[in-house]
Design a protein around this ligand. Structure first.
Ligand code: GN1
Ligand code: MG
Length: 371
């Protein structure tokens, strides 16, 4: 059997897998995907048995794994029962299924150092780092529907990362990082210039929290990590399901609308160093907005609709603030591949922010036409 594992002092992956109720022997375990938070592996078994996805949950970020997994079980259970009620076929391709451990029945295992979980791998499914307008429309509808289908979930979901998309908190965390300057990066003139630009827009970008305090903007169950690559498509380009459910929690709808466009409507990847090439793609925006407004039609309020352009602007800004704070803090949160990776990501996201900012009127017109 081939097992690729390079972390030292870790329990062997096969020993971890042995704790779960898997069908069939494990043939091979190999790294999967490119998430910035958890470690993910694909687990291969013989023909006739399902393959699996094994994940080491980043417990420094998700500190309450029990809450995390009960949220995920509630969400997948609710979606599954709706698919059953609607008489859908192929349900195991349309919602994730997590495997219980042999002892105790929880859907995670703690090996005294790390937390692990296993879900069924959905065969013949594809993730993409970029989408064309056709896929973008489907993705919009799928995320709108995802929120709509969770609007009546009976369970009360907790915040797996408290105030995850709270812009006021993110701005405060940046100020704290600047104040502490633990690795001396505030000495760099470019860093100070970026900080100046970020702070100029801070008040404007905290609109969501103000509207919420005024009772004008509700929180709903959102996915909160709607990057393009968190959606599975089949070979024909139909959306199968939404994955990476760690951050499903109450938030403003902007979370899902804005974060998808942040990755999908950027002409380049979020960490492309050639930030001069960053631009906001109108074709992707229009297609996604059309799909989303259809999927979410049953619950969106006028205030939520009108502020979708703000939500689109908010996410490159919030992501820039988060990458930048991590850079100043000495890269303790996001995985990095080279020393100034977080600074490169910040420049890129600020370039996208400027590009989206120039398109506020245009976006408002598109949304008004679609409503
Ligand atoms: C993280 O795990 P991943 O790579 O899908 C992050 C998101 C960021 C994203 C930026 C829990 O998502 O919020 O938008 O990186 N997830 C968490 O690429 O912080
Ligand atoms: Mg992901």
């Amino acid at each position: 059997m081939f097992v690729s594992q390079n972390k030292q002092n870790m329990t062997p992956l096969t020993a971890i897998l042995d704790k779960f109720e898997l069908q069939g022997p494990v043939l091979e375990v190999r790294p999967l995907g490119n998430g910035l938070i958890n470690d993910t592996y694909k687990v291969l078994t013989p023909d006739g048995c399902p393959d699996y996805v094994l994940q080491r949950i980043n417990n420094a970020i998700f500190t309450d794994v029990d809450l995390l997994q009960s949220n995920i079980e509630a969400v997948t259970g609710h979606i599954r029962s709706k698919l059953v009620a609607a008489g859908e076929s192929d349900i195991d391709r349309k919602v994730l299924r997590f495997i219980p451990v042999k002892e105790g029945g929880k859907t995670y295992f703690f090996d005294s150092k790390c937390y692990w979980r296993v879900s069924v791998f959905i065969p013949d499914s594809y993730t993409y780092q970029t989408v064309d307008p056709h896929y973008s429309r489907f993705a919009g509808e799928a995320f709108g529907r995802f929120e709509a289908s969770l609007a009546d979930i009976p369970d009360k979901l907790g915040e797996t990362i408290p105030d995850f998309h709270n812009m006021e908190l993110r701005a405060r965390q940046l100020r704290e990082a600047v104040q502490a300057d633990p690795v001396g990066r505030m000495a760099e003139p470019e860093v100070r210039a970026i900080l100046g630009e970020i702070l100029r827009y801070e008040e404007k970008m905290c609109l969501g929290e103000r509207l919420h305090r005024e009772g004008k903007l509700p929180k709903r169950i959102c996915h909160c990590d709607t990057k393009v690559n968190n959606m599975l498509f089949d070979a024909q380009g139909n959306v199968l399901c939404v994955i990476d459910l760690d951050t499903v929690m109450p938030s403003f709808v902007f979370s899902d609308f804005g974060d998808f466009l942040r990755t999908a409507a950027n002409t380049v990847a979020e960490d492309d160093p050639e930030w001069e090439k960053v631009a906001f793609r109108h074709d992707i925006f229009e297609a996604f907005a059309e799909g989303y407004l259809q999927g979410a039609a049953s619950f969106l309020t006028p205030v939520e609709r009108e502020n979708l352009p703000y939500g689109t602007l908010l996410f490159p800004y919030m992501q820039a603030v988060r990458f930048f704070a991590d850079y100043i803090n000495g890269d303790t949160y996001y995985k990095i591949k080279y020393p100034d990776h977080n600074l490169v990501r910040t420049r890129n996201q600020m370039a996208l922010f400027r590009s989206v900012l120039a398109d506020m009127d245009y976006m408002a017109e598109v949304i008004a036409k679609l409503s």
